[in-house]
Write a protein that binds this ligand. Structure first.
Ligand SMILES: C[S@@+](CC[C@H](N)C(=O)[O-])C[C@H]1O[C@@H](n2cnc3c(N)ncnc32)[C@H](O)[C@@H]1O
Length: 252
């Protein structure tokens, strides 16, 4: 990783479900399901997800597919394992993973946004190509493209319902301190309410890569895919600039 990943996915992974609630993913997961089915020559059954994090999309997609979930972080895999015990979980880096088997489709959600160079993005696309069966397809969902990026501030968070008394509130501040360098940052502040009533404040910096649509389509072609851009304009679903989905069709 050219940038270190935020603490949210390691020391703080246990707080993830209070930051990003699985229920909130139902709408977008329905779109990913439809796009994956339409992109494959035959309706997919075995699906690999790279950068599956806490497994929030997987919670919804597993009702349609047999999922294998891969993430860099053992702590995030443990969170997902609790939510999706019936799914196979594997620790790995999407740039270098080689499982020695293929799937009907491969899904890469927002984790791809943490790749900050074209070399890393192409490496991840190559991993996806290698693990996709001919006739299958890949779906990549970056948070932003160069064309959609805009600065914003947002806040949110949830309480636990397990009686522990824990809760989290966050503010995220998305900005582009060095325009033109192919990266932007999300400064996140978390207020962590512990079970004993004490509150802890944490600052966590997320560094993202951002690429133009043309770069996405060119790199997908270099990886071996027939590329396709799908722009979904459902504003109820995409709460940042998103809604730009990149599909790679594997024909050979
Ligand atoms: C925002 S979370 C993903 C949440 C996920 N979309 C869900 O539905 O729960 C981002 C994840 O990307 C993972 N990640 C970042 N870089 C990665 C890489 N190179 N390979 C695999 N996973 C990676 C992090 O460990 C983290 O768990």
């Amino acid at each position: 990783m050219s940038e270190s990943l935020p603490s949210l996915y390691f020391d703080l992974a246990d707080w993830w479900p209070m930051l990003s609630s699985p229920e909130d993913y139902a709408g977008e997961a329905a779109i990913y399901h439809r796009v994956l089915v339409e992109a494959c020559a035959v309706s997919p059954i075995e699906v690999l997800e790279l950068g599956s994090g806490g497994g929030n999309n997987a919670l919804h997609l597993k009702t349609h597919f047999k999922l294998t979930l891969v993430d860099l972080s053992p702590q995030m895999l443990a969170v997902s394992q609790r939510l999706n015990p019936e799914c196979e979980h594997i620790q790995g880096d999407m740039r270098t993973l080689r499982l020695g088997r293929q799937f009907d489709a491969v899904f890469v959600h927002d984790a791809v946004s943490y790749l900050t160079s074209e070399d890393d993005l192409l490496a991840a696309m190559t991993t996806v190509f290698v693990h996709c069966r001919p006739g299958g397809a890949a779906l990549f969902c970056p948070d932003e493209t160069l064309e959609t990026f805009h600065p914003y501030t947002r806040n949110g968070g949830h309480d636990t319902s397990d009686g522990s008394g824990r809760g989290l509130r966050y503010v995220e501040w998305v900005r582009d301190p060095n325009p033109g360098d192919g990266r932007y940052v999300m400064e996140m502040g978390y207020l962590l309410l512990h079970g004993d009533g004490s509150v802890q404040a944490v600052h966590d910096r997320h560094v993202f890569g951002v690429f133009s649509r043309d770069t996405w389509l060119r790199l997908l072609t270099e990886a071996g895919f027939i590329p396709q851009l799908i722009v979904d304009d459902n504003e109820d679903i995409w709460d940042s600039g998103g809604g730009e989905l990149f599909v790679g069709h594997k024909t050979r």
